[in-house]
Design a protein around this ligand. Structure first.
Ligand code: SAM
Length: 370
């Protein structure tokens, strides 16, 4: 019997379906209204009230593997708990946007909150409910579903959420839900956790990183053979890589964006900026390492950078073609975060110009953040 498998066109359609789409967008991808209807009838597609996060994000957060990966980080969880103790008072009503295992909601209840609404979109909600019960945290009320649709009935004193992606921006949809909850339900003068964040990039000088994760491998001969065509053709484009960077490899660091979670929105995550990375001594440029800070409470800021304790976010390496920079020289960078117009996937574009080069004439390297 002949076998049937997915085609390249089918893969494209499935990729478009990572995020809930308008019927017109799906039709443009080749899924006609009749086909959509047939797939809805057999249960392959379903209707969503609002745009959902990508299904794979859903799958990730609905299991213990990823929740444990977050719970195991004492910097993250210990600092959030500390911020909650500092900010939550008796009789406070609190919302936890994206509660996962329910850990932050339980911390808020333990800190004295009268009521904590723990909102969770995945089946983890069942666990959050069960764990709050076994831990006797009766102030926690778990609410299943998209936080953006939550009705608190009356304004609350504090809204929190741990919506930091690996380089902060990835979880912009979760932050968008936080913004909707905040704008609808936070009392005037109410508090948020986290309060703000800084996004950082450091220029990197590391032949090892470039060879293992960047452009260096195909730049060098392989068993004596020239493989540089692989790079020139564009067939191999190194992706963003999560790693633990060595402080000695970082030449110069800049805060490239700052976000205010009390007043800002997810649209702030879409920005274009330029920065100059100075080389006091001659060296190589092999791309950037990214990290971020979270300002959780007055006087309590954590960093995911190499200058702090290791966290579950580690650091992000953005490989770029190698460039020699003389002493006193600099790498100019144009940095741009944007959503693809069709599938609304977050990307980060980096254009660099070394000494004697012009940013306007250099190619942009685009990295997927989702
Ligand atoms: C980074 S985890 C944090 C979990 C937990 N708060 C913690 O600190 O361990 C984010 C959680 O938010 C949930 N989430 C993301 N978007 C959501 C939305 N729109 N509504 C409700 N939950 C959401 C995810 O399913 C995930 O469990």
């Amino acid at each position: 019997m002949n076998k049937i498998g997915i085609s390249a066109k089918g893969r494209k359609m499935i990729e478009a379906l990572r995020i809930s789409q308008n019927p017109e967008t799906l039709a443009a991808e080749g899924m006609s209204p009749d086909l959509q209807q047939a797939l809805l009838e057999v249960g392959f597609l379903e209707k969503h009230e609002a745009t959902r996060p990508p299904q794979d994000l859903f799958d990730t957060f609905s299991g213990w593997r990823s929740q444990k990966g977050m719970l195991i980080d004492p910097v993250r969880i210990g600092s959030f708990d500390q911020a909650i103790r500092a900010q939550v008072g008796p009789a406070d009503r609190v919302i936890d946007v994206g509660t996962g295992s329910g850990i932050l909601a339980m911390c808020a209840a333990r800190a004295g909150a009268e009521k904590v609404y723990a909102l969770e979109i995945t089946q983890m909600a069942d666990w959050a409910e069960r764990l709050a019960a076994t831990n006797g945290q009766s102030a926690v009320q778990v609410v299943r579903g998209d936080a953006a649709l939550f009705d608190a009935g009356a304004p609350v004193d504090l809204i929190m959420g741990e919506f930091a992606g690996l380089w902060l921006l990835e979880e912009w949809r979760h932050y968008a839900a936080f913004v909707q909850v905040r704008d609808r339900w936070l009392k005037p003068g109410g508090r948020v956790i986290p309060r703000a964040s800084g996004l950082f990039l450091s220029a990197v000088d590391s032949r090892r990183l470039s060879y293992e994760r960047g452009w260096g491998f195909f730049d060098a001969p392989v068993q004596g053979f020239d493989f540089s065509d692989v790079l020139i053709s564009g067939a191999y484009r190194p992706a963003r890589y999560i790693l633990t960077a060595e402080p000695k490899d970082l030449v110069c660091t800049h805060e490239i964006a700052r976000f205010d979670f009390l007043n800002g929105t997810e649209r702030d995550y879409l920005f274009t900026t330029e920065a100059r990375f100075d080389y006091p001594v001659a060296g190589m440029f092999h791309g950037f390492v990214g990290h971020f800070t979270l300002d959780l409470a007055p006087g309590l800021t954590i960093t995911t950078g190499t200058d702090g304790r290791e966290t579950c976010w580690h650091q992000s390496y953005f490989p770029m073609p190698a460039m020699a920079v003389p002493a006193g020289g600099a790498v100019m960078a144009r940095l741009r975060s944007f959503l693809t117009p069709d599938t609304q996937v977050l990307k980060f574009g980096i254009t660099v110009a070394g000494p004697g080069q012009d940013l306007d004439h250099e190619a942009e390297h685009v990295f997927s953040l989702e």
